[in-house]
Ligand binder design. Structure first.
Ligand code: AMP
Length: 257
């Protein structure tokens, strides 16, 4: 796991302030990440978090943190969200938006932010626009990672995870030293049910259906930056970071008259 910033307010709620951002920038990075399951978005988010010192604001992480926390500390909105997540359904827009609004300090953070898993629908994107406009904060880019479905199936169906320490391997691309055993804690590795090829195709279809309108939405605003997710994590990161900088530079350039 990489050296992430603390994210107390995002993960634990508005009553738990973060320490001041260690290296606030004059022009911090403010981006949204999009990408189908298995495209490598999580790895790229970790690289951006580590290298650009920007918090990864994942709504899925908020729900998982709430699930792991003392039930007495959960707000009714989080309690409801956990139920939807456990059933594998999307949490209703109004609930997600309430939870994000409670964490508005993270969107105001002078260190910037990297939204991951939010927005997931056009309705959520519209509310995000309203929140950011009220805060006078602009998105730099919406970064979308692209990979053909066949390659995603290859990647996910070879993935093995450690149920104990959560380390992730790939039978070909990143095998453990001893087949089927976690290098870090020695636990037996497992294949997640949703990493089996039939389940992957269903997940891909669900992603395409729910995210396609969001892609259109951000493309029409000129914010969408698509990056190929082929290659090593370092190659993809180099491509993604360069694409975001190019988008930022273009947005900052004076308009020719
Ligand atoms: P993720 O880690 O992004 O895959 O999210 C895990 C689960 O949390 C999803 O399967 C949904 O149940 C829920 N979830 C996370 N973010 C959202 C969102 N923006 N809108 C609706 N449901 C969400």
């Amino acid at each position: 796991m990489t050296d992430q910033l603390p994210r107390h307010t995002w993960l634990e709620g508005p009553g738990v302030p973060c320490p001041p951002h260690p290296d606030a920038r004059a022009r911090p990075l403010r981006i949204v990440l999009l990408g189908a399951p298995g495209v490598g978005k999580g790895t790229q988010a970790e690289l951006f978090a580590e290298r650009r010192r920007v918090c990864q604001l994942s709504t899925g992480d908020v729900f998982r943190a709430a699930k792991a926390a003392d039930p007495c500390l959960r707000t009714p909105a989080l309690e409801e969200a956990i139920g939807y997540m456990q059933r594998g359904e999307l949490v209703p827009d109004a609930t997600v938006v309430d939870i994000v609004k409670e964490r508005i300090d993270c969107l105001r953070c002078e260190g910037g932010f990297m939204l991951d898993g939010f927005p997931r629908t056009v309705a959520q994107a519209e509310v995000l626009d309203e929140i950011l406009a009220a805060e006078k904060v602009r998105l730099d880019a919406v970064l979308k990672f692209d990979l053909p479905t066949g390659r995603i199936v290859d990647r996910l169906s070879g993935r093995r995870t450690c149920p104990s320490c959560k380390s992730v391997y790939h039978v070909e691309a990143q095998p453990p030293t001893q087949a089927g055993v976690c290098d870090k804690c020695g636990h037996a590795l497992v294949q997640r049910d949703d990493d089996r090829p039939e389940a992957i195709r269903v997940r891909m279809q669900a992603y395409e259906t729910s995210t396609a309108p969001l892609v259109e939405y951000y493309a029409s605003k000129g914010l969408l930056v698509s990056v190929s997710a082929e290659g090593t994590p370092e190659e993809i990161y180099a491509r993604a970071a360069a694409a975001v900088e190019a988008r930022k530079a273009a947005a900052a350039a004076p308009v020719a008259t």
